[in-house]
Design a protein around this ligand. Sequence first.
Ligand code: 5GP
Length: 120
Amino acid sequence: ASVEIGGPTIFDKIIAKEIPSKIIYEDEKVLAFHDINPQAPVHVLVIPKFRDGLTGLGKAEPRHGEILGHLLYAAKVVAEKEGIVDGFRVVINNGPGACQSVYHLHLHVLGGRQMKWPPG
Ligand code: 5GP
């Protein structure tokens, strides 16, 4: 699929609740919701509500430190809420070489099955 890098994405509509999603956790800075195409029994996406240039982790700047830390903390909260805190994985796909398909930074939180390593 072709992707436009830098413009609005489907996640803006999820944040605005114009597209429904199954929300796990939400606060003023982040939103966590079930992935529409789950790759594990639990597969949640954690995203910043304000993208601020973060089309992907590769665009991170020093000013993003607080939101990046908060996203990781929210991933742990999601893992606890979903009952996978003793075995979960957090993934960020960055760029075409890593199969990133939505250019709004997101953490994948995966669990509920034995995770393999290396991931492939
Ligand atoms: P990426 O490949 O960019 O790392 O991950 C993007 C993820 O967004 C994919 O796992 C895909 O299934 C998910 N996704 C794409 N569109 C939607 C949507 O409309 N709703 C939800 N809940 N997930 C979506």
